[in-house]
Ligand binder design. Structure first.
Ligand code: ST9
Ligand code: ZN
Ligand code: ZN
Length: 340
């Protein structure tokens, strides 16, 4: 049975990745003419990525259409099951285990999560966790890789289509990554990423339907595109929609919000107001409702067989104190009557 550690707010605030700095949303450079800043913007765009993302999105839309017309049902089911593994590799692996250290995992579980995370192709674990730690530490400033203050499109996908703001790189250097440099799963995956990722994200999921149930290779390819792009967009919604729309029962002074639609699409990762206030809770939410938060069910299952342990969570008293101090009054236990 996995152990559970209940922490207090004071403890969580001591950790560098839990603080949120506001009001430093400068443009790339002040005192520039509109014309020079415009040309600078265009020079920052990485056209290779624009073309690739345009292609994969068009291919995914075509794959979605084919799923109802030509692709075999079993290929679609295979794609959705495979995607779920990739999704858990991101939520239970890259996010809650490696970026936040909200629980510990044995080497067996880390290997499973490493394979699952590779299936999702959202960069290797080290890069994913580094960007995410920087996102929490410098949330919604220029040093945030997907700063939601730059708009929906930028925080959703635009940040992957252009060079990073210099602040991301300079301020990102202060984030400690030494724990991941000592994890053999993270080190191995990073070293062989450009062999492992194409195999697990594209080649294996496309070849399995072709060889096992005689799917047409092009149908299998478009199904793979649909699966991967769907998972990408569900993940990106956490950075865009959940930083814009929803209630703020835990802290009304920050943008991240509780967004139920995103929670459903992202395996329980849409309770983003709670998550930014208490990033070390392994549930990434106050409540661990398995239907809305299947990632928590996954971690709890592995805790039961001893592969996940030291699960961190916040005490009810700490959560309530925070709700009363900074919440927007929408928390169920407080009611709207206390809204400011
Ligand atoms: C993708 C990631 O999609 C999605 C992440 C989403 C996170 C969401 C979190 C929400 C919670 C979880 C929800 C899960 C829901 C799951 C649901 C599933 C159904 N700190 O990057 P470079 C330095 S990826 C410190 O090349 P450029 C560093 O020295 C999609 N330093 O910058 C680095 O060198 P190295 C697939 C940093 O040149 C150097 O700068 N992937 C940091 O400006 C250069 O870094 C792609 O499409 C930092 N944070 O290029 C790839 N960052 O790495 C797209 C950088 O050697 N990316 N440095 O140490 C690129 O092509 C490029 O990164 C770029 C920027 C063009 C965007
Ligand atoms: Zn966020
Ligand atoms: Zn996080």
């Amino acid at each position: 049975m996995g152990t559970t550690i209940v922490t207090t707010e004071t403890q969580s605030l001591r950790d560098p990745t839990s603080y949120i700095r506001k009001g430093t949303d400068q443009k790339y450079a002040i005192n520039e003419t509109a014309e020079s800043s415009n040309s600078k913007f265009w020079s920052l765009i990485v056209w290779k990525n624009v073309i690739l993302f345009l292609y994969v999105h068009l291919a995914a839309i075509y794959g979605f259409y084919l799923a109802f017309t030509k692709i075999k049902g079993i290929t679609t089911v295979w794609g959705l099951v495979y995607t779920s593994c990739g999704g858990l590799g991101i939520t239970a692996g890259a996010h809650r285990l490696w970026a936040h250290r909200s629980y510990k995992a044995t080497w067996q579980l880390r290997i499973i999560l490493g394979i699952f995370q590779t299936i999702a192709f959202q960069n290797h674990i080290y890069e994913w966790a580094r960007d995410h730690r920087v996102h929490h530490k410098f949330s919604e400033t220029d040093a945030d890789p997907h700063n939601a203050k730059r708009g929906f499109f930028f925080s959703h996908v635009g940040w992957l289509l252009m060079k990073k703001h210099p602040d991301v790189k300079s301020k990102g250097k202060v984030v400690d990554m030494s724990d991941l440099e000592e994890d053999f799963v993270v080190v191995f995956q990073r070293r062989y990423y450009y062999i492992l990722m194409p195999l697990l994200t594209f080649i294996i999921p496309t070849l399995v339907p072709v060889f096992l149930w005689n799917e047409d290779p092009w149908m299998a390819w478009y199904s793979t595109m649909f699966r991967w792009v769907l998972a990408l967009n569900c993940t990106w919604l956490v950075n865009s929609a959940a930083h814009m729309w929803g209630n703020k029962p835990y802290d009304k002074n920050i943008s991240p919000a509780e967004n139920m639609s995103v929670a459903i699409l992202a395996y329980g990762e849409g309770f983003h107001n709670y998550h930014h206030v208490f990033p070390y809770d392994y549930k990434a939410a106050e409540l661990g409702d398995y239907m809305l938060n299947p990632t928590t069910a996954f971690i709890d299952f592995f805790a039961r067989i001893g592969w996940a342990y030291s699960l961190k969570t916040m005490s009810r008293k700490t959560i309530m104190a925070r709700i009363l101090r900074t919440g927007d009054g929408t928390h169920k236990r407080i009611g709207r009557s206390n809204s400011p």
